[in-house]
Design a protein around this ligand. Structure first.
Ligand code: XLS
Ligand code: NI
Ligand code: NI
Length: 440
């Protein structure tokens, strides 16, 4: 086991049960514990986000580094710094007992003077990562491209009005897909940070969305051409950085994929904090994606009720985790996807140990959510009620309407012959109490 950067954590974090007072132990996440027919690790497929955990320095728009001293970022040579960071990444993964990681191309390798140099740096770092993956057994949940930080993408990447910029984004994606393939990634994510627009006074919406579609189609074609079997995922987000995003939420993204004939080649990666930014809830976005058979993976984090931006906090809310796991369990799991902690410690949490506390909390929240959701499904507490609530459609006029057997005139006649409808209670409060009784 690597033991260089996180020496305060001498052995991998272990499960000690809910009564443990050890802050560096899991209270609910017990990797090999069976829940139904899968282990907790198989259900949850946790992943560490390289960009937040390894590169996060506490910066926000009012201040650069937050006083985070990260030994693995101390080398002055950029390639050496990247290598040290990669080593620290795998030490962290092993010590935290997380089986997967995720990265952007530009997180793991520095940008060079030219595009070609950037590609070379990436190839070198992919080989470094490959060696660590082999040594530790940790796998790649997904790779992605950062087509949003470089100022050339300030007016869009795949949807840029500038053909040279669009071409650069396409080439960058090609190399990022190669990197994901080389590392055996199970998915490849597209988050269109700059794909959108600020104002219609300088924007041709039709041209931009057609470009987006073309950009995705080229990625699909390339993936097929090289025989790469990973799942492509689009991660919806409504704003931040761009005012209007083309992939604003699950429903918008599904419509886009259908409209441009891309629906069979993509699933969605739903992020909790993006759902709330879209004025929705995490569970709603998960349910919309799942209903379409398109819930592929999850960026597990949370926002803050009082702050209106993507705060990317670690998920600690058991209720949210339970509702998310209900959707995930009902669709039979996430397949090749997983729960990636796209989350960062707060600016004040400046000790590398805080990275452990943060992940332990997120993992325990979802482990508890999994246990609660599994039990509720076993006991059919909500299902029984919901079935009953719709049961008037199982026969009579309800069944006739839904099977298309009656016309509007038939229905008109039927209603005129009946008394007024009688409504049953939706029992929301009773059901909320039941959910709480499972959580407590
Ligand atoms: C930003 C996104 C980003 C994606 C990957 O808000 O969440 O981190 O997950 O590009
Ligand atoms: Ni985000
Ligand atoms: Ni994300």
């Amino acid at each position: 086991m690597i033991n260089k950067y996180f020496t305060k954590v001498e052995k991998p974090i272990s499960y000690e049960g809910k009564d443990s007072k050890n802050p560096l132990a899991f209270k609910y996440y017990n990797k090999s514990q069976k829940v139904g027919n899968k282990t907790m690790a198989e259900h949850l497929r946790f992943s560490v986000a390289f960009w937040h955990t390894m590169l996060g320095n506490g910066a926000d728009i009012f201040g650069t580094g937050g006083g985070f001293t990260r030994e693995w970022r101390s080398a002055s040579d950029p390639m050496q710094r990247s290598k040290d960071t990669m080593e620290a990444n795998f030490e962290f993964l092993q010590k935290c007992g997380v089986d997967y990681w995720c990265f952007h191309d530009r997180d793991i390798a520095p940008e060079g003077e030219t595009f070609t140099e950037s590609c070379k740096n990436l190839e070198t770092m992919v080989q470094v990562a490959k060696k660590f993956q082999k040594e530790t057994g940790v796998k790649l949940l997904w790779g992605t491209q950062n087509c949003f930080s470089n100022p050339i993408y300030s007016q869009g990447a795949g949807s840029s009005p500038n053909a040279h910029v669009m071409a650069t984004a396409i080439a960058q994606v090609k190399n990022a897909i190669d990197a994901t393939k080389e590392l055996g990634g199970e998915n490849h994510v597209f988050w269109g940070g700059r794909e959108g627009y600020e104002s219609l006074i300088n924007t041709d919406l039709k041209k931009e969305t057609e470009k987006m579609a073309r950009f995705f189609q080229m990625a699909v074609d390339y993936k097929k051409k090289i025989g790469f079997k990973c799942q492509f995922l689009i991660e919806p987000k409504p704003c931040e950085p761009t005012k209007h995003q083309y992939d604003a939420d699950a429903a918008t993204t599904l419509y886009f994929l259908k409209e441009y004939g891309l629906i069979d080649d993509f699933k969605l990666n739903i992020e909790a904090n993006h759902a709330t930014l879209a004025g929705s809830t995490f569970e709603h976005e998960l349910a919309v994606a799942s209903l379409a058979g398109k819930l592929g993976s999850v960026d597990a984090n949370r926002g803050d009720l009082l702050l209106g931006w993507d705060t990317d906090q670690f998920p600690t809310d058991i209720y949210d985790a339970t509702m998310a796991m209900l959707v995930i369990l009902k669709q039979g799991g996430l397949g090749t996807g997983g729960l990636n902690f796209d989350a960062k410690v707060r600016r004040g949490s400046n000790d590398p140990l805080d990275l452990f506390y943060a992940h332990i909390g997120g993992m325990d929240a979802f482990a508890k959510g999994l246990l609660v959701a599994h039990q509720m499904i076993q006991d059919k507490v909500l299902d029984k009620f919901i079935d009953e609530r719709y049961s008037s459609h199982n026969s009579g006029i309800g069944q006739q309407i839904m099977s298309g057997k009656v016309t509007m005139e038939d229905v008109d006649k039927w209603v005129r012959n009946e008394k007024n409808p009688v409504l049953q209670s939706g029992r929301q409060e009773m059901l909320e109490n039941i959910i709480n009784s499972y959580i407590f």
